[in-house]
Design a binder for this molecule. Sequence first.
Ligand SMILES: NC(=O)c1ccc[n+]([C@@H]2O[C@H](COP(=O)([O-])OP(=O)(O)OC[C@H]3O[C@@H](n4cnc5c(N)ncnc54)[C@H](O)[C@@H]3O)[C@@H](O)[C@H]2O)c1
Ligand SMILES: [Zn+2]
Length: 368
Amino acid sequence: METVVVTPGGSDKRAYSVHVGAGLVEKTSEWASSVEASQAFIIADARLAKNAQKLSQALTKAKWKVDRALVKVSESAKDYRKIFPLYTKLIEKNMDRHSVLFALGGGVIGDLTGFIAGSYLRGMRWVGVPSTLLAQVDSSIGGKTGVNHPLGKNLIGLFHQPSLVLCDTDLLQTLSLRDRVSGFAEMVKVSLTFDKAFYEFLVQHHQSILQLEPKYLDVAVVETIRQKADVVCQDEFERTGLRQILNFGHTMGHALESATEYRHFRHGEAVLLGMRLEMALSVIRGHLPHTKYQAVDDFLKTLPIPKIPKGLTPKKLVTGTKHDKKVKDGKVNYVLLEDIGKAVVDNQVSDSDVTQAWKMMIASENTL
Ligand SMILES: NC(=O)c1ccc[n+]([C@@H]2O[C@H](COP(=O)([O-])OP(=O)(O)OC[C@H]3O[C@@H](n4cnc5c(N)ncnc54)[C@H](O)[C@@H]3O)[C@@H](O)[C@H]2O)c1
Ligand SMILES: [Zn+2]
């Protein structure tokens, strides 16, 4: 087992561990025996009912009282109107501030459970047990929680750090290739913005990682978590500009998700295309040499994701960027690249630049 310690904002007081390894769900009893609490509520993805049972048994072994709710997962499970019944269950089960919420599932379960934990009784502890690659390397780290409003995704949210994160790599074994690629995309994002050597590692071993070979998967997972933990340590609330860098691929990615009503792409798949578009924008805006763009794009375009839907146009993407949380004074802050492993922020991207980037990506798509 490997452990990365996250110190949000550099504060040792709120430090928490992220453990990565096999069989961690069963070992939860060890942690549970060491903390002052005796009541838990597990919010789990309905697909993971068996694992929820295992987690419940582990906590019961540590003499905790445990209740659970299974949630049918899709992006719409994060609709703020749909999470209300979960608060009702917590009240009915007499959950108090000393109790602990467990999030067993992917980013959807993590985001909504973290949000409930941050708002119920003005805040209670929560433990993340992320079950997708994307959640293990990204969404479960850093304390960003949130739910969706009909006018936009994650518009209602808060920063609420977990007390512990258990990345049990056994959970990943049932993950579809689409969800593995989706998580891999967030790893690539971290490498392209912060670490060229890590990018090269990911390119070299991408097949082994996507096949979940522990030798490469564990290294890649731990490394991505380490990089993200480092950012959260320096800029917990996205104030200094550092954490914003992690939004590379996301301005276009969110616009793609929104234009396709969150039904066509997994989050990481949209981010993958978003990175390709933002790399093209980096060339158009004069930050990145074309040869570097092409080399990365030649790799990214080999990763299997669904085809771009026919009716999708750059115009729809531009509309999608206007609700982006990164909009400041009407200008969209794009995170672009000036080199592999080096990001730059640019708020001068025009609508016609986006159209040109779209054309560049389609042209690259059509050349082998
Ligand atoms: N808070 C953050 O910092 C942050 C960062 C990135 C993404 N997100 C959010 O995370 C969400 C996307 O996360 P995700 O991709 O994990 O989505 P998800 O939770 O919808 O999971 C993807 C799919 O995998 C299934 N699944 C989960 N665990 C499984 C397992 N072990 N085996 C088989 N199938 C399994 C789910 O049922 C679902 O169908 C989005 O809502 C996004 O906004 C949040
Ligand atoms: Zn993301």
